[in-house]
Design a protein around this ligand. Structure first.
Ligand code: GDD
Length: 398
């Protein structure tokens, strides 16, 4: 793969925020000996991909998606990554979870690859979380709460049990296996370039097409545009210099070194990706007098990589996109300890304009927050899950 070098990096305390880097070539040919270094482009060799993919778990959160899409996504994940499917699909009536399990079993049997699948409402998962003290992740019924963020946290913990060093996320409703493949290659490319072991790679889609009368290759969704604007405003206020560096505030497709994933606070619902960035700025930005995460001096390096493939995913009709996606993302920014009065005021104006809040003296609801996984008793979680790991393997016979 050939991608642009990090031409410009914003610095926020110990956080290095790289501007978007474009992928130029998906396959850049065999390794060249005595290569003349190029200052504008970087070539990532096959060996580097192999090295990072082997250490990476790919978490696929899924809830009642079309099985064909789920199968396509699985087939796009490079072979050496360990797939972790966290499903919240229905079990009553048509048992969709069983269908996913069956499809994954067949696929892994023929491709001889490693994968595991667990239901979000698995009682053993809930028991392990209870023993580890992660009570806020559980509902009144004692099982894990609904939501993609909750599935991601379960995925991070399972990747820890599998002793992986990196964890990436891929939605299960992607139409193109080739895009999935490219996302994971971008994750590995970013990790191979990072100067810090605390690294994050966020995917910036080249296009996010909308299907209407024809197909229109749009670059950014409306929600992302608005969230980026307010997150950039928060950074600008804290650094004193206006910036537009953040282009991926809502990037569902992203990856982190496991070390970093364990240090972040998470926020429920669709605020999760925005909150990850806020948690990094709060912990590593050097502005707040908060307890600093261990190894703060190692800093964090964030990459935003623009893919060649467009992103085409399932559009779920019948829901209020602004209220379900924009409100949690903007609330996360609003309630961050780093948020200034100016950005807060603009967020309220935005929410009133969008018809989400009725009037300017209203405040958005505070997001539900989860402690960093590093603050729970990981050994207890591991102790319970490790004993049953084989039963979650995609190759386990029923
Ligand atoms: N396990 C689990 N549990 N998975 C879930 C749940 C849940 O409760 N809810 C949703 N998912 C899965 C879906 O099946 C899909 O694979 C993925 O999580 C994303 O959910 P969608 O509901 O399809 O999200 P979206 O397409 O509207 O939004 C995506 O893109 C946004 C940026 O444009 C998500 O990735 C967002 O997180 C992201 O901000």
């Amino acid at each position: 793969m050939r991608i642009e070098t990090q031409r410009y990096t914003e610095r926020f305390g110990h956080v290095r925020l790289n501007e978007v880097q474009k992928v130029l070539e998906l396959d850049s040919g065999k390794a060249e000996e005595n290569k003349v270094p190029d200052i504008a482009l970087l070539k990532i060799e096959e060996d580097a991909f192999r090295e990072y993919e082997d250490k990476m778990a790919i978490v696929v959160p899924v809830k009642d998606e079309k099985l064909k899409l789920f199968e396509g996504v699985i087939s796009g994940v490079p072979h050496d990554c360990h797939i972790i499917v966290v499903s919240n699909s229905k079990r009553k009536g048509v048992d969709r979870f069983r269908m996913e399990k069956d499809a994954l079993h067949q696929y892994c049997h023929f491709t001889q690859r490693s994968a595991m699948i667990i239901h979000q409402k698995d009682p053993l998962l809930a028991k392990a979380l209870t023993k580890a003290g992660y009570h806020e992740l559980l509902n009144d019924d004692g099982l894990v709460r609904n939501g993609k963020c909750e599935a991601m946290i379960a995925g991070i913990l399972l990747a820890t049990v599998l002793k992986k060093s990196y964890v990436g996320f891929i939605d299960a409703d992607n139409y193109f296996p080739g895009s999935v493949w490219e996302y994971v290659k971008c994750y590995a490319a970013g990790f191979s370039l990072s100067k810090s072991s605390n690294a994050m790679v966020r995917i910036f889609w080249r296009y996010k097409p909308k299907v209407s009368a024809g197909m229109y290759f749009k670059k950014l969704g409306r929600v992302s545009e608005i969230t980026n604007k307010h997150l950039n405003s928060l950074i600008s206020f804290n650094t004193g210099f206006e910036t537009e560096v953040i282009r991926t505030a809502n990037a569902g497709e992203h990856a982190m070194s496991l070390r970093l994933a364990q240090l972040l606070r998470y926020s429920s619902g669709y605020a999760v990706e925005t909150q990850e960035l806020l948690s990094i700025f709060e912990g590593f930005g050097g502005v707040l007098p908060v307890a600093q995460p261990p190894g703060v001096k190692l800093g964090v390096e964030i990459f935003q990589i623009e893919t060649r493939n467009p992103h085409l995913h399932e559009e779920k009709g019948g829901r209020h996109l602004q209220a379900e996606m924009l409100l949690p993302s903007l609330s996360a920014i609003y309630y961050s300890q780093l948020c200034d009065g100016y950005t807060r005021e603009n967020i309220i104006d935005e929410l009133v304009t969008q018809g989400i809040l009725k009037q300017k003296n209203e405040e958005p609801p505070a997001p539900l927050m989860y402690r960093p996984p590093a603050e729970i008793d990981l050994a207890k979680f591991e102790d319970i899950i490790a004993k049953h790991l084989d039963s979650y393997s995609a190759l386990a016979e029923e």
